[in-house]
Design a protein around this ligand. Structure first.
Ligand code: ADP
Ligand code: MG
Length: 319
């Protein structure tokens, strides 16, 4: 049987502090530019580093007045609040004040005092967030409260981009937002039409994935502690913070990869499963449809959920 010939068309750009790459299997500069423009607009809405973004305005007017926001902003904030209610011990979109206090990954870090941490924890109460859907407004009632969408936003963008590509008539694509991967359609370059996604291990050099997973169109999202952290003596402080204690989570997990259909959900679950670890994390993932997890611990020991079938050394497959 002759296969239709396809080539890869890879576009790359740097945005949102990370490398964005879009792989298409047909030349389509219009689609590439639409993705670029979309992310540019989203950066203008969501960036906490731009004083004029909508999220920056919500944070700046905390304790002062509600802020009118775009539909995209309202939706993502509402989703993030809903996930915070669902996973209160691990995921909290109000973690902004703590992230700013620790400054992990941004230089000038130090271990804050217990008192400073307590003050920040007091600013993370969901009851102090007022969402008004009719107005499309968000109000943080206490001064000092701050939204941080860092653990969810890229997933939302990946989902939106894939929908937009589909609407533009594109059938196959790989969207990679700084390691958050979302696949569209079947792989036109392999005989079995499945995709192979490499999972980068914390200790392995870039480009040498520890594991390969063969799958249909899914999203693959990893949360790990190897990219942003600082060390004082033997103690490592990393950027996933415990919303109950205010300190970086301490456990045996190096990274968690979630494979599922919706990238926004994958982002949240990767943080939640990171907290829960391979045992409770797997219990939480198993009942979810079309959702799998891969845990890698500090000793490079790998634990996977039941939908990941080993094929050969380092290779798993998902039906
Ligand atoms: P990365 O940015 O490396 O992809 P994650 O997706 O795991 O990492 O998100 C980590 C970011 O999410 C942190 O930099 C911080 O802004 C925010 N964050 C940290 N801890 C939490 C938490 N417990 N709940 C929600 N957001 C968090
Ligand atoms: Mg994440």
């Amino acid at each position: 049987m002759m296969m239709e010939t396809h080539k890869k068309y890879v576009s790359q750009f740097t945005m949102m502090g990370t490398v964005i790459s879009l792989t298409l299997f047909e030349p389509n500069q219009t689609a590439v530019e639409a993705v670029y423009d979309y992310l540019q607009r989203m950066d203008e809405v969501f960036s906490v580093n731009r004083p004029d973004s909508e999220v920056a305005a919500i944070n700046r007017y905390a304790g002062i007045h509600p802020v009118l926001v775009s539909t995209a902003c309202f939706r993502l904030v509402a989703d993030a609040i809903r996930y915070t209610q669902q996973y209160p011990t691990s995921f909290n979109v109000l973690i902004g004040p703590l992230v700013k206090l620790w400054k992990i990954g941004f230089g000038g870090h130090q271990v804050p005092s217990a008192e400073e941490i307590q003050q920040r924890l007091a600013l993370m109460d969901l009851h102090e967030v007022i969402l008004d859907e009719a107005q499309s407004s968000v109000y943080l009632r206490q001064p000092g409260m701050q939204l941080d969408l860092g653990a969810i936003a890229k997933g939302y963008f990946a989902d939106q981009i894939v929908t937009q590509l589909q609407q533009a008539g594109i059938e196959h694509a790989i969207v990679n937002l700084g390691g958050n991967v979302k696949l569209l359609g079947v792989n036109p370059l392999t005989a079995d039409q499945r995709w192979q996604v490499g999972i980068q291990a914390p200790e392995a050099p870039r480009g040498y994935p520890a594991l390969q997973v063969e799958m249909p169109a899914r999203t693959v999202v990893t949360s790990g502690i190897f990219e942003r952290y600082f060390k004082i003596g033997n103690r490592q402080y990393h950027h996933i913070l415990d919303p109950k204690t205010g300190y970086p989570v301490e456990n045996q997990v190096d990274q968690v990869t979630i494979i599922t259909e919706q990238s926004e959900l994958a982002e949240v679950l990767s943080t939640v499963a990171y907290f829960e670890g391979p045992k409770r994390g797997a219990q939480l993932i198993e009942p979810l449809p079309k959702t799998e997890a891969i845990f890698i611990d500090h000793d490079q020991h790998v634990t996977v959920t039941s939908g990941l079938t080993p094929r050969r050394k380092g290779v798993f497959t998902i039906e």
